[in-house]
Ligand binder design. Sequence first.
Ligand code: SF4
Ligand code: FES
Length: 144
Amino acid sequence: MDKNKIVKKYSNGEVTVVWEPSKCIHAGNCVRGLPEVFDAKSKPWINIEGADTQSIINQVKDCPSGALSILGNEKSETQASQPPVNTLIELMKNGPMVIDGEIKLTQADGSVILKNKKTAFCRCGASSRKPYCDGSHTSAGFVG
Ligand code: SF4
Ligand code: FES
């Protein structure tokens, strides 16, 4: 299987967390913020019963890359409490540029990709998944 296409889902009956490992930039927000749920040393590494639903939703929202997201209706509910925004761009310190929102990406070969969740683009030049970040900025010692 193409590992860039791996998608895993974890549900507690109230919320479903979607995990797309190829998007993870290893920022570590999840394991630091809610270790009861996100533990890289455990298998499976997400224990969806480890915390209450709102804590899980809040932590997933803090994932800078979109590797973690909330499935379906639950996502709209969490977004309903936020002011309306279109597309947000965030430059992560010593890391990627994260675009959160609907975008149309025209690649160098002319192919077009539509995205509507968080997407982390490499700024350091070291990613093996360009134009996307694969976490290599850390080992590359990127500063910027
Ligand atoms: S990018 Fe998201 S999934 Fe990856 S370590 Fe950071 S918070 Fe966790
Ligand atoms: S910015 Fe993350 S790999 Fe380049």
